[in-house]
Write a protein that binds this ligand. Structure first.
Ligand SMILES: [Zn+2]
Length: 294
């Protein structure tokens, strides 16, 4: 099955519960780092749940749901996919209200419904409250799957309503297998193997090279601030820069240890975490990273 790489154990357990189980959880929370396939497993689980042919992954129902993952829109009336809308900073209450309304209508086809909320930690507080109400009184025959890389950003009231499913990073072999199949350049493959995730798989090698050059310039003179580069403009580019900078710092710290370097390292780790889990602007995070080390 090429739809998902790895996570065999998790998928098998989900299949058992959602296809064969007499009782199933109404809400699941998928937790694990970015770029390892949680969203795809959530779509797969939805197909297991909605398929009336034993979770075959081949019937018209299954195919429509799996195709929804590729196209980023739902192609099945009883399947819904919610994520951060383009250009928005959070998942809105309107989205969660619409989800609730949808959940309470009668299923169109097989008597069940499944919804995925991707990057659930990006719900604002109102959206989270609206969703919580739905999770507290789940309509019969409905499955909700929340997907997140930052569970600590979710209200504990939501987390406690869900059954948690933990995802491990991809193995070296799994990452290599995908990278080779997709003919990903060597440099990118190394990066992906190192982080056990396919998060940077689509980054063009030129972009990696540019980020490496920025890291070198930065290491020569952190006060330079690389202002003209505006690397905070784009999240992926910023994260790539941070990751390469951390690699560079790690190897430097092996050779010589200094308080300044450690302080930079500490902030770097902090900023990396905040980039994907908070609403703080990338520009502010960058400024914080470069604040003079006293
Ligand atoms: Zn099927």
């Amino acid at each position: 099955m090429e739809f998902v790489v790895g996570h065999r154990g998790v998928i098998e357990r989900l299949r058992k519960v959602l296809v064969e189980g007499e009782r199933y959880p109404h809400s699941l929370l998928f937790v694990g780092r970015e770029g390892i396939g949680k969203r795809r497993v959530a779509v797969l689980a939805s197909a297991f749940f909605l398929c009336t042919n034993g979770g075959c992954l081949e019937c018209r129902t299954c195919r429509r749901i799996l195709r929804s993952a590729e196209e980023g829109v739902s192609l099945h009336p009883d399947f819904r996919f919610e994520s951060l809308a383009a250009g928005k900073k959070s998942i809105s209450i309107e989205q969660m209200r619409a989800l609730k309304e949808w959940a309470y209508t009668t299923p169109m086809e097989g008597g069940r419904k499944a919804a995925v909320v991707d990057d659930a930690h990006l719900m604002n507080v109102h959206a989270a409250n609206a969703l919580l109400k739905t999770l507290e009184e789940p309509p019969e025959g409905t499955l909700f799957i929340l997907v997140t890389s930052e569970p600590s950003m979710l209200p504990s009231t939501i987390v406690s309503r869900c059954q948690m499913v933990r995802f491990t990073p991809l193995t070296k072999e799994e990452v290599e297998e995908v990278c080779e199949r997709k003919r990903v350049p060597e440099r990118i493959k190394e990066l992906c193997v190192e982080i056990g995730s396919l998060r940077f798989i689509d980054v063009p090698p030129e972009e990696v090279k540019a980020a490496e050059e920025l890291v070198e310039r930065f290491m020569k003179d952190p006060s330079l601030k690389l202002m003209s580069e505006e690397i905070w403009r784009e999240q992926r580019r910023f994260l790539l820069f941070l990751m390469l900078l951390r690699k560079r710092l790690n190897s430097l710290l092996l050779k010589r240890s200094s308080r300044k370097l450690w302080e930079l390292h500490r902030r770097l780790v902090e900023v990396e975490k905040l980039v994907s889990s908070s609403n703080v602007s990338l520009r502010s995070l960058y400024d914080y990273l470069l604040m003079r080390v006293a």
